[in-house]
Design a protein around this ligand. Structure first.
Ligand code: UTP
Length: 413
């Protein structure tokens, strides 16, 4: 039985419906549910729910454009200088990579972790294998072995680890790959009720890519990096086969400019593209979401006919170990994302919704930028570095990504 205290707690937060599920559950599930209830911060979840509609972060802030460096326009001499600095750092084993693979990939709807999705159908290569080979090329070129940390979620960790083991880690030195699990938060329905998942337990989901800093600290990843004298950490997603994780020019610029972080940008396609844009908020680096930017700002162009707010953030980030450590102690805000989540209904049936039905709470990695004084933004070319796999079809789908990827391969043989 749940004790009176728990009943009172559930009443206080309007979650008594959980008791219906609890009463029907097996002893084993009951015990796990009790544990879950005792660790969930109901106050936090209810506050997040109440705040869903009240999300403006830029009210009363001064927003100004962010300066960037265009990789294409760097004079040859500077390029050589940056490359030399970056080469040296990589060769000396100063670079590590974190691939964030804890997302649910709800839009793609692939069964299994997104990284296991076979993007390269010609060669039967998954996103994980493509990333792995790109890192292996880096290792070969710079005669090093880059430590590779893969962030997973409770939901997909076992499957991810199994997938790597079954594929012999795609030939990557096994001891240089470490998996770590990010935190999670309960998912709630549109009425604010916690949901029950297929296993009869409260449905929880990974807490967003912004969870990477805390998770890296909690799981001893930062410690592990320090032991290996790592200084720079490239942090990126799992769903872009063109992601360039080993880039000496990017690293060289960050080192030369003495910043503690850098991010690559690509120019937004048009004023309506749904991407976050780099800017400064009260003079700190910031990414303004497409939902927050005014039409006037989104359309504003400069004398060269370029967007004033045109540098899109696409999750290519380089952090110095010091900033990673500092950020791991910060609490980033949570945002509500409306997503499709399967659940168990009152009758015990599993429902797989066709449309988004629930809120998941996510911290965004780019919310960390305003905690930094400065950072380098390096504009790179979209067709060379960006081929995202987000949706099942249409824009940013396997079809569009594959096309861009094959195109890039044919030009860079
Ligand atoms: P997205 O924000 O595009 O989310 O993640 P997603 O989970 O892949 O897909 P949808 O929105 O459910 O369709 C961008 C990158 O951040 C990682 C993802 O795995 C992807 O590499 N991510 C996202 C995490 O590692 N953890 C999270 O909680 C969310």
């Amino acid at each position: 039985m749940v004790n009176m205290e728990t009943v009172e707690l559930l009443k206080k937060y309007n979650q008594v419906n959980l008791l219906n599920f609890y009463n029907r559950a097996s002893d084993n599930v009951k015990e796990k549910l009790r544990k879950q209830i005792s660790h969930i911060d109901f106050e936090q979840i209810i506050k997040l729910y109440e705040n869903i509609k009240n999300n403006s972060k830029i009210e009363n802030s001064i927003i100004t454009p962010m300066k960037y460096i265009d990789k294409e326009k760097i004079p040859d001499e500077d390029k050589k200088k940056y490359e030399k600095i970056g080469n040296e750092a990589i060769q000396n084993g100063k670079l590590a990579v974190i691939t964030m693979a804890g997302g649910q990939g709800t839009r793609l709807g692939h069964m299994g972790p997104k990284g296991t999705f076979i993007l390269d159908e010609k060669n039967n290569k998954s996103l994980f294998q493509i990333l792995c080979e790109s890192l292996k090329n880096g290792n070969e070129k710079y005669r090093t072995t880059i430590p590779w940390y893969i962030m997973t979620s409770k939901e997909n960790n076992d499957e991810t680890e199994k997938y790597f083991a079954e594929n012999n880690f795609f030939g990557y030195p096994k001891e240089k790959i470490k998996f770590f699990i990010q935190d999670e938060l309960p998912v709630i329905d549109t009425k604010g009720n916690l949901m029950i998942g297929e296993n009869g337990l409260i449905k929880e989901a990974a807490n967003g890519h912004g969870g990477v800093f805390e998770a890296a600290e909690k799981n001893g990843i930062i410690e592990d990096m320090k032991k290996q004298n790592i200084e720079w950490i490239f942090i990126g997603g799992v769903d872009n086969p063109l992601i360039k994780m080993v880039d000496p020019i990017f690293m060289g610029i960050c080192i030369d400019k003495k910043v503690l972080a850098g991010s690559k940008s690509i120019v937004k396609k048009d004023e309506n593209e749904k991407v976050g844009i780099f800017c400064r908020k009260n003079n700190k680096p910031y990414v303004i979401e497409y939902t927050e930017i005014s039409k006037e700002m989104a359309e504003k162009k400069d004398e060269n006919n370029e967007f004033v707010y045109g540098e899109a953030h696409v999750l290519f980030n380089l952090f110095n170990i010091k900033s990673l450590e500092n950020l791991s102690k910060e609490k980033l805000p949570y945002h509500a994302a409306f997503k499709k989540n399967s659940y168990m209904n009152e009758k015990g049936e599993i429902i797989n919704p066709e449309e988004p039905n629930s809120y998941k709470f996510e911290a965004f990695l780019f919310d960390a930028f305003e905690r930094l004084d400065d950072m380098v933004i390096l504009r790179v070319k979209r067709d060379e570095e960006f081929a995202p796999v987000k949706n099942k079809d249409g824009e940013d789908s396997p079809d569009t990504s594959r096309k861009l990827y094959y195109n890039y391969l044919s030009k860079n043989k």
